[in-house]
Design a binder for this molecule. Structure first.
Ligand SMILES: [Zn+2]
Ligand SMILES: [Zn+2]
Length: 204
């Protein structure tokens, strides 16, 4: 295909942004909700973030007695994501002859930024303009369901991988069965952890 380098980078951005959606799904499932690969990410997310912020709205949204922490990933997460992917992007650019490295790096940075920004304001409502959009409200409720059913809704803001890989739980299906207890239980249960003030990790 004869496409100029800018067009190639743009297509690469779209392709890699979509890829990032599946990467997020896998990362969330295997590093945030399983201790097998890295214990620190499991502890920070599964044991701390999910324990602090639960499905019930008064728990899901930040309350004044909380510290505004245990939401964002550590600062070095983005350099790690870019560093991990850069050799892959370079290899694929070399193999295909397509100008695509910058599109890939841009997609990783953009995906990470939207993920962190959205996730933070899902838990800490601040009445920003985008919080009133239908897309954000949908994502916020989609993620709230994940705080109840941790094996489902593993995408935070765009549930493409959830839909493709069978982990999508719709808002309507949960609303229809709100008669039951809303706290986590069974395979989704997490053990109790120390009071939030005694926690020191600042991570998702
Ligand atoms: Zn969350
Ligand atoms: Zn999670």
């Amino acid at each position: 295909m004869s496409l100029n380098p800018v067009g190639q980078e743009f297509l690469a951005f779209v392709f890699y942004f979509l890829y990032a959606n599946f990467f997020e799904w896998a990362f969330h499932k295997f590093l945030f909700h399983s201790p097998r690969i890295i214990k620190a990410t499991y502890k920070a997310h599964h044991l701390v973030h999910h324990q602090r912020y639960k499905y019930e709205i008064e728990s899901y949204e930040w309350q004044s007695e909380y510290e505004k922490d245990h939401i964002a990933m550590d600062w070095f997460a983005l350099p790690l994501f870019v560093g991990f992917h850069l050799p892959i992007f370079m290899l694929l650019q070399w193999a295909t002859g397509w100008q695509s490295v910058w599109g890939g790096v841009g997609a990783v940075v953009a995906y990470y930024a939207v993920y962190e920004y959205f996730h933070y304001f899902m838990h800490v409502p601040s009445n920003r303009w985008f919080e009133r959009t239908r897309a954000f409200k949908f994502s916020k409720e989609h993620h709230r369901i994940h705080h109840k059913y941790m094996n489902e809704n593993l995408n935070v803001f765009l549930p493409i991988a959830d839909m493709c890989l069978g982990t999508y739980r719709s808002i309507a299906s949960v609303a229809a069965q709100t008669a039951g207890p809303v706290s986590t239980g069974g395979k989704d249960a997490v053990p109790p952890i120390p009071a939030p003030s005694k926690l020191s990790r600042k991570e998702a």
